[in-house]
Design a protein around this ligand. Structure first.
Ligand SMILES: [Zn+2]
Length: 212
């Protein structure tokens, strides 16, 4: 990949001038293709004749993607309080100094692992139904009439994570709440089970970065 510097020149077809023109690289505010916003100050090829941005070098695309992904989407569900506690116990297992901020990383990590095949999503739904039946029965037996409250779980997620959630919902046929709860189930199985979780080291590295 060629790394351009501001002031570098090149030649390109300008769609505004309708001909081959010389261009100069400079920092410009560039709108997203879908017009949903503007990325400020990225290096772009500017037409020397009409001053319009006519090309974006490869080195600038991560900045565009980052700006787009920073547009956050709110994921909010209300789940049984013991399941929020599962999430927090799992976070503690990974890193005793983890804060509630790490909940989201755990959720996104396990969500990411699940979005591989329709078969996985189908199996997840069946596992979740069985798990939910066991949990409901357990809570009924142990609590002897004490009401189990629900707690709100609220994450700010990137459009990419939101697409993963939507994919899992559509593929598994579960609603949003059950989709989130099924990921909590996966976290419980992996991190709070009797075996050392396969991904523990990896997750500890992620926790260190999130806490940084
Ligand atoms: Zn031009």
């Amino acid at each position: 990949m060629k790394l351009y510097q501001p002031g570098d020149t090149s030649r390109a077809i300008c769609p505004h001038c309708g001909k081959l023109v010389s261009t100069t690289f400079a920092y410009r505010d560039v709108p997203f293709e879908d017009g949903s916003g503007v990325v400020k100050g990225i290096l772009a090829a500017v037409c020397d004749e009409c001053q319009n941005v006519i090309a974006i070098p490869a080195q600038s695309t991560p900045a565009i993607r980052r700006a787009r992904d920073a547009a956050e989407i709110s994921l909010e569900v209300s789940i049984p309080a013991p399941e929020v506690e599962i999430l927090d116990a799992a976070a503690y297992r990974v890193d005793p100094s983890a804060t509630t901020r790490f909940r989201k990383s755990l959720f996104a990590f396990y969500l990411q692992r699940l979005r591989h095949s329709e078969e996985t999503a189908e199996m997840l739904r069946r596992d979740f139904e069985a798990w939910n039946a066991v949990k409901t029965e357990q809570r009924k037996r142990v609590s002897r009439g004490i009401r189990i409250p629900h707690r709100r779980l609220s994450f700010k997620i990137s459009p990419k994570t939101d697409r993963d959630v939507q994919w899992l919902m559509e593929t598994s046929g579960m609603n949003k709440t059950d989709t989130v709860r099924s990921v909590v189930m996966e976290i419980e199985k992996d991190l709070l089970g009797p075996n050392t979780p396969r991904e523990l080291r990896h997750l500890q590295d992620i926790a260190a970065v999130v806490n940084a």
